[in-house]
Design a protein around this ligand. Structure first.
Ligand SMILES: [Zn+2]
Length: 372
């Protein structure tokens, strides 16, 4: 599944209208067309089963049925992870999504779909493009969600044969440098088509240093801002080796981007006040559609919030009472706060930046919002 499709599903889930029927969300790792560890899966289904027992809810039982039957019949042999969202009742909803990357084991019952893990996938697993120039060929590789999924373009593979027959190695190098220049424009055109309008896609130039330098000098501004690094590589390199040699640069670039956003958050707090931190202010500004970027520490785990739908009273408390403290009403909806923040951010079109390690952000409560 490509990034565009993931984005569309996240949007649909984030904007799914709430009904009285609960939504079951579950994620798991797959292997050879099966759940990789079915015991772990059953264990993580426990909160769902407990909720089912406590509420004796037919609606929840009905929501579990398509999940069970999908798992029994529909798993793809090459899928590594699956996310499923299911609701029965007056407005039934069922969405299974299979991926080429593993997902954690996770299950929950809530008023809304739990989309954090899907958002995490969307935000951290992008693609990057590598232009590999060797003495013999120029290749453009797209690395999509882990392994190389496409070798988009191999230029003149027949050249290699000719080189061996007609040119000496040194001459070829010269000739390539000379003749190669006229192909740079063509290569740049293809890079532009692949990268422009695709959001966070990074570019890496790999291969012979002389060649990568020449290409770098010719890159237009729109590609230069996407360039992460130049990686020297031997001439004959298998795609899998290219990925191994470049994936570190890609991960580093992603981490630098998250560091940069965290710094921006601290700066906005100090200088302009156009940022808030902490649970209550972040939730409030998200609900008021004031947020440009939601910055979340990956370990952020704020617990739950419950809201009385009779009187609107709310409380941040992991214990969900049966009756409202304010009006004694029993119509209580509860949310996992992190899930709700992510859902609200997607709903209002705010960017989400996940930060892997940042003590300063942790000390500020693990969450912050940069405002418009
Ligand atoms: Zn109440």
């Amino acid at each position: 599944m490509n990034l565009k499709k993931i984005k569309k599903h996240v949007w649909n889930l984030a904007t799914l209208p709430v009904t009285d029927d609960p939504v079951i969300s579950c994620y798991m790792t797959l292997e050879n067309g099966q759940i990789k560890n079915s015991r772990t899966f059953e264990r993580c289904l426990l909160p769902v089963k407990q909720a089912l027992l406590a509420q004796k809810s037919q609606s929840m039982r009905d929501a579990l049925t398509p999940i069970r039957s999908y798992l029994a019949d529909e798993l793809l042999p090459d899928a590594k992870g699956i996310a499923m969202f299911s609701r029965s009742g007056s407005k039934p909803f069922f969405l299974p999504l299979q991926f080429h990357v593993p997902l954690p084991y996770w299950a929950a019952v809530d008023s809304t779909p739990n989309i954090y893990h899907l958002v995490e996938l969307k935000e951290t697993y992008h693609r990057y493009i590598i232009l590999v120039s060797s003495h013999e060929t120029t290749r453009i590789l797209e690395v999509n969600v882990g392994p190389v999924t496409k070798e988009l373009w191999t230029k003149r593979p027949e050249r290699r044969k000719r080189i061996g027959q007609e040119w000496t190695k040194t001459c070829y190098q010269k000739h390539y440098m000379h003749g190669g220049r006229k192909y740079i424009r063509e290569e740049i055109k293809i890079l532009k088509r692949l990268i422009s309008g695709s959001g966070k896609t990074h570019l890496i130039l790999a291969g012979h240093p002389a060649r990568t330098e020449v290409i770098k000098d010719k890159l237009p501004k729109c590609l230069l801002v996407k360039l992460v690094d130049l990686v020297p590589l031997p001439d004959i390199t298998e795609p899998s080796d290219v990925v191994r040699a470049t994936i570190g640069c890609f991960v580093r670039a992603e981490e630098e981007a998250s560091e940069y956003t965290a710094e921006l958050l601290f700066q906005e707090i100090q200088d302009s006040g156009r940022a808030v931190v902490g649970l209550k202010d972040c939730l409030k500004t998200l609900k008021e559609n004031l947020v440009d970027i939601l910055v979340l520490h990956k370990t952020y785990s704020p617990g739950k919030e419950w809201i009385c739908t009779d009187c609107g009273f709310n409380s941040f408390d992991n214990y969900i009472p049966r009756f409202c403290y304010n009006c004694n009403g029993h119509l209580i909806k509860n949310f996992k706060i992190k899930e709700e923040m992510v859902r609200l951010a997607e709903h209002i079109g705010a960017k989400i930046q996940l930060v892997r390690q940042n003590d300063a952000l942790n000390q500020l409560g693990g969450v912050g919002c940069i405002l418009h």
